[in-house]
Design a protein around this ligand. Sequence first.
Ligand code: HEM
Length: 410
Amino acid sequence: MTTPKPKFHFDPYNPQFIENPYPVYHRLRSETPIFFHEGWNLWFFTTYEDISTLLGDKRLGRTMDHVLSSGDVAQKRKAAQWHKHPYFTRYVRQNFMEKEGADHARLRKLAHKVFTPVRVRGLENRIQEITDRLLDKVENRGRMDFLRDLAAPMPVSVIAEMLGAPPEMSRHLCLWSEAMTKMYEPFHTGEEEAQAEQATKEFSEFLIKLAAQRKAEPREDLISALAAVEDEGDRLTNDELISTCIFLLNAGHETLVNSAGNGMLALLRHPRQLDKLKKEPSMSKTAVEEILRYDSPLHLFKRWVLEDMEYKGRFFAKGTEFALLYASANRDPAEFENPDIFDIARKHNPHLAFGKGIHFCIGAPLARLELQITFNSVLRRLPNIRLVKAEPRRLQGFVFRGVAELSVEF
Ligand code: HEM
């Protein structure tokens, strides 16, 4: 059986799209909700119903390696030139989000043991202190770059502390994470690949030393906890420990900076919503969910078809690749009432910004807490905050959506 391939001229690196992708997503959902992108050889899915169904479908996976022969895996990696980036391949490409089946379940269970809601709640005072310290520095200046002065250093200081890295390493952690996460865009340059490789090399060397110290003398930090975690005699290997730490930095940094930036911008562009939150800080829980839905920091995740399958009358052969547009699902009127309205009190809000199913974000409780503390602290301490430029520059990526700078006055 062959499947006709509906196409759509989809150009997510076009500056107009980067500025505001949502009108294009609306057209896609109504005209070609499932379409094929020839250049990237990808099937795109755009509706809430399809994406949320497919995220629960066991015939799909983030990798196919567990259903391929070892020879095929080696050939695939060679074709993708993994050997050119040995550090990135060893420590980033094989983190546990990139695994499926028993391997994924095992590593997720071990990581979950140290990423408990109790541990996250225990961080609340510390996150507030870090946020206050950063706001102390700018409060009398009357102006700041919300990203550079608060949204970027805050989560990286939290992760650095959780990992047990000294505070002066935060700047390096920021730069390493930025370089590594560029590789998640479908399009990246050779120079970006080289920078990602160098960043992984430096970060892994740093972590290898730190892990050895913590194994000898454990402390109250995540790296000591990960080194000690055990499940029925099972433990993380040294490589797994390093790649999990690297992944926690990557997963927990860019996403938070971008959601804080997108969220602050949305609040500043909707003064009535901002006033509501200022008057009623307990609304920060629903406000954060709305921010994540309204302008999600991650727009696309991919899945492989693990076995020949049919979906909605179409045939997809094993090895086909799907691109799921989570951010389009989050603006689907079939699921969300008035999806283009930014409403911090929205009640029905089952957004997919943290994914769904077996890869659902482990860091969601930490991310929610950090974002709630950020917005409440800013509105409490800088009540007159306003935008300097009505149209701040957007990051030129598509998978990671954020602003490149966000100047504010107060
Ligand atoms: C607002 C911030 C964040 C957003 C929007 C976000 C989003 C996501 C999404 C969409 C996934 C699933 C990917 C997929 O479906 O293929 C995911 C997975 C994951 N996230 Fe997050 N994340 C955030 C913050 C964090 C933080 C702070 C951490 C930890 C420090 C973290 C750790 C993880 C991990 C470990 C996974 C992999 C889970 C698995 O494969 O089983 N994330 N995240």
